[in-house]
Design a protein around this ligand. Structure first.
Ligand SMILES: NC(=O)c1ccc[n+]([C@@H]2O[C@H](COP(=O)([O-])OP(=O)(O)OC[C@H]3O[C@@H](n4cnc5c(N)ncnc54)[C@H](OP(=O)(O)O)[C@@H]3O)[C@@H](O)[C@H]2O)c1
Length: 162
């Protein structure tokens, strides 16, 4: 797709893969909105790239709502959603708990799904749009300690296929 001028929402844009992606996309002339929970860290990255930002948790419905209100206010539409924000904690079997699954799945799976739902509402107006879900090689093969993370990334991959 043509990147110049594309309106792109990128979650978790303040460090790691998300920050590197934001740098690359900003250099290609896109319109970018990046999110993350730590506003100070996020604002520093956004200001250095001259892109928009919003402190929002991708695992909270009210923050997802707020994120798309910002998208509408900035652009009145959206071309690309990149679900990058993710939690990558490891747990041994004996350490597993419902809360460990809930914390990781809330961001890696549920949040990504609801973000996609809201993005598609905007895409439908123009009958086009792209969603990129950042999974992992852990979405293809489990590993010791990966019961929760790997399961979440398998879920994200199959959700993307669905
Ligand atoms: N690093 C790897 O080797 C690797 C390999 C395969 C896949 N991945 C996947 O790639 C993605 C990025 O990983 P990374 O290693 O670059 O992570 P990272 O360096 O820890 O950065 C994560 C980014 O997401 C934000 N974030 C975390 N939880 C969030 C939430 N609930 N809502 C909004 N933003 C949130 C963080 O900012 P705040 O903390 O301020 O919110 C930060 O900007 C993840 O989905 C991860 O599973 C990573």
């Amino acid at each position: 797709m043509e990147l110049k001028g594309a309106r792109i929402l990128l979650t978790g844009g303040s460090s790691g893969i998300g920050k590197a992606t934001a740098q690359l996309l900003a250099s290609k002339g896109t319109e970018l909105l990046i999110t993350g929970r730590d506003e100070q860290k996020l604002a520093a990255v956004a200001k250095s790239l001259n892109v928009a930002y919003l402190a929002a948790d991708a695992g909270k419905e009210e923050d997802i709502q707020k994120t798309f209100e910002k998208v509408d206010q900035l652009w009145g539409g959206l071309d690309v959603l990149i679900n990058n924000a993710g939690i990558g904690k490891s747990y041994k079997l004996e350490e597993l708990s419902f809360s460990a699954f809930e914390e990781i799945f809330r961001v890696n799976v549920y949040g990504a799904a609801i973000m996609a739902q809201k993005a598609v509402e905007r895409f439908k107006k123009r009958q086009k749009g792209n969603i990129v879900n950042i999974a992992s090689s852990a979405a293809l093969k489990g590993y010791p300690g990966g019961s929760v993370y790997s399961a979440s990334k398998f879920a994200l991959r199959s959700m993307s296929q669905a």
